[in-house]
Ligand binder design. Structure first.
Ligand code: ATR
Length: 259
């Protein structure tokens, strides 16, 4: 039986095992998908000593940590400097990125067209480079980034040709994407004033619970998107990379995340 798992910290909340085990079962693949809580210091040892594992998903906060422990990086992992999918075989540790695909596909699915559009990114954590590359693929004209700690936004802006806005300033945009961790906990509040914004798209990469960022925006008549489909598409792509089968995303699969 082949073994797969997701590493992160915290990891208890991860729905990846439920989703991947469902797909393994549906596709009659002899495999098992588990989760593993790690600390930063243990990541390297874990990757190097776990050659019995065939594939690993990487979640917060290790998407950058694992970069230097991989023996090879795909072009997507290298351009984003972020790894969320690892293929282990014959002593090789290959780092890949399916977050870019996940985010891009979630918007393509809604017929989003980036032409002449401005995107406003909140946050500068590990996932942001993937979001930026996906937005570029979707053809957006301009990307503005804002982060509480400005120098992290500036570093990303330099690498990916973005415009930086001060934290608290609400710029003109067509789509705003919350990439901060604010909203993961109930009653979390970003403290930004979007009250004058109407008929725009508000995207939160957090998929559970429904964030205040989204409920407030919806109340003002904006279109809202949560992180559910991004999560499903990145997982679908990882599964395809490991097993050579593109698993189905249907109502039953979506409901797995709602239980
Ligand atoms: P990492 O930086 O390890 O990749 P992350 O969880 O991906 O971590 O990123 C957390 C993001 O949420 C950061 O952009 C962080 O802002 P800082 O760089 O200023 O820390 C942002 N964030 C977390 N708590 C926040 C808060 N209360 N208000 C605003 N931004 C917050």
């Amino acid at each position: 039986m082949k073994k797969y798992l997701v590493i992160g910290n915290p990891i208890e909340h991860s729905l990846s095992p439920k989703l991947h085990n469902y797909w393994l079962n549906k596709n009659k693949i002899d495999g098992d998908y588990d989760k593993k809580l790690l600390t930063e210091e243990k990541v390297e040892e874990f990757l190097k000593l776990n050659q019995k594992v065939s594939g690993i998903n990487v979640t917060v906060p290790f998407k950058k940590t694992v970069l230097s422990h991989c023996t090879e990086l795909t072009a997507l992992a290298s351009s984003s400097q972020s790894v969320n999918t690892i293929i282990l075989s014959n002593d090789k540790i290959i780092g890949d990125n399916t977050d870019i695909y996940g985010f891009e596909q979630s918007l393509k699915n809604l017929n989003f067209n980036g032409l002449n559009k401005t995107a406003f990114i909140l946050g500068a954590g590990g996932v942001v480079s993937s979001i930026v590359l996906a937005l570029n693929n979707l053809g957006v004209k301009k990307i503005v980034i804002s982060n509480r700690t400005k120098n992290k936004a500036e570093a990303l802006a330099k690498n990916y040709n973005l415009v930086v806005a001060d934290w608290g300033k609400i710029v003109d945009f067509d789509i705003v994407i919350n990439c901060t961790s604010v909203g993961l906990k109930l009653n979390d509040n970003l403290g930004l004033d979007f009250s004058k914004v109407k008929n725009k798209i508000f995207y939160d990469i957090i998929y559970k619970p429904k964030t205040k960022f989204l409920t407030d925006a919806e109340g003002l008549g904006n279109k809202i998107i949560d992180g559910k489909m991004m999560f499903l598409y990145q997982a679908q792509k990882s599964f395809e990379i490991w097993h050579g089968i593109k698993p189905e995303i249907n109502k039953e699969v979506i409901n797995l995340l709602n239980d």
